[in-house]
Structures are given as structure tokens and as C-alpha cells.
Design a binder for this molecule. Structure first.
Ligand SMILES: CC(C)(COP(=O)(O)OP(=O)(O)OC[C@H]1O[C@@H](n2cnc3c(N)ncnc32)[C@H](O)[C@@H]1OP(=O)(O)O)[C@@H](O)C(=O)NCCC(=O)NCCS
Length: 133
């Protein structure tokens, strides 16, 4: 498993757009619907995260992982590649590369993500965020 920097990978924008198409509302706390291709490209070019990688294994891209400037981890794996420990390995590698404190902001309905981060020794919840839409 190799982490490839998004900003140095030619096909990254397309792969990340495909990943976004698989995103479901319960998987995210910031779900705002599908952006247009132009919005997506502008978002990637804005370098929104401190570190952002594609997850490559056996010559194929399996998903993406990022670390925000607030030390929040995000990870997504293509549906067809789940359950093979790509997320676990990728987050572990991200933490090895950028040691320190880490946070995971997770929709309470996202049981897979909660289980993933608990397996990686994340504890909590340490905060409950309420929203007035
Ligand atoms: C959550 C997600 C990233 C997990 O990716 P994955 O590669 O399938 O997860 P892994 O195979 O690395 O799983 C590692 C551990 O997490 C837990 N886990 C992962 N998926 C799970 C599921 N569907 N149900 C219960 N536990 C799960 C298990 O403990 C698993 O270890 P085990 O298989 O030895 O029991 C993936 O389901 C995904 O991309 N979801 C959509 C995006 C998302 O929700 N991202 C999280 C927001 S930060």
C-alpha cells in the first residue's frame, strides 16, 4: 500500500470525483450534495487539506485519505474495494508520516467509520456538535 500525493498525481482529480459520486449523506457530517466538475477542480486546486493522498495498492487506486490543518483525518475507499483493510492501513500510514494528535469527525450513523477509528485506538466521543440548519 502506497500513499500518493494528490497534487503530484495526474489522474487524481478524476479519481477523487469518482469517489465523491459514491458518497452517501450518512457518511459525512458536511455533505452538501455532488459538486459540478468545475467546483470539484477548484476545490482540489485550493489545497484544502494539509496532506491529501490517493491510496494505491497492487497498482490500483483504492481510495483517498487526508489530514486537515486542524489534525482531522478523513478517509474514503471505493465501494468495490472495502473490507480489505485499505482504510486501516492508509490511516495508520498517514499517522506514521505525520505524528501527533488526530481527530476523526464522524456522522453518528456511520458505524463502519466509527469501528475503523476505534480499531486504530481513537477514543471518545470528546465532543458533541449540534447544528441549527
Ligand atoms: C469507512 C471506510 C473508510 C472503511 O474502509 P475499509 O477499507 O472497508 O475498512 P477496513 O477494511 O480498513 O476496516 C478496518 C476495520 O474497520 C472496521 N470496519 C470497517 N468497515 C466496517 C463495517 N462496514 N462494519 C463494521 N466495522 C467495519 C472493522 O473493525 C475493520 O477491521 P476488521 O475487518 O479486522 O474487523 C469505508 O467504508 C468507506 O469508504 N466509507 C465511505 C466513506 C466514509 O464513510 N468515510 C469516513 C468518514 S471520515
Amino acid at each position: 500500500m502506497i500513499l500518493r500525493d494528490v497534487h503530484s498525481t495526474l489522474t487524481a482529480k478524476h479519481l477523487l470525483f469518482e469517489l465523491l459520486k459514491e458518497r452517501r449523506p450518512e457518511q459525512s457530517i458536511s455533505h452538501k450534495g455532488m459538486p459540478t466538475w468545475e467546483e470539484h477542480v477548484a476545490f482540489v486546486r485550493s489545497r484544502p487539506y494539509e496532506h491529501w493522498y490517493l491510496i494505491e495498492a497492487d497498482g490500483y487506486f483504492r481510495g483517498a485519505v487526508y489530514l486537515t490543518r486542524q489534525r482531522e483525518v478523513g478517509v474514503a475507499i471505493f465501494e468495490g474495494c472495502r473490507g480489505q483493510h485499505y482504510a486501516e492501513d492508509a490511516v495508520a500510514e498517514l499517522m506514521r508520516l505525520h505524528p501527533g494528535r488526530f481527530l476523526a469527525n464522524i456522522n453518528p450513523a456511520n458505524e463502519a467509520s466509527i469501528a475503523l477509528f476505534r480499531k486504530l485506538s481513537f477514543v471518545g466521543p470528546i465532543q458533541i456538535t449540534l447544528e441549527k440548519p
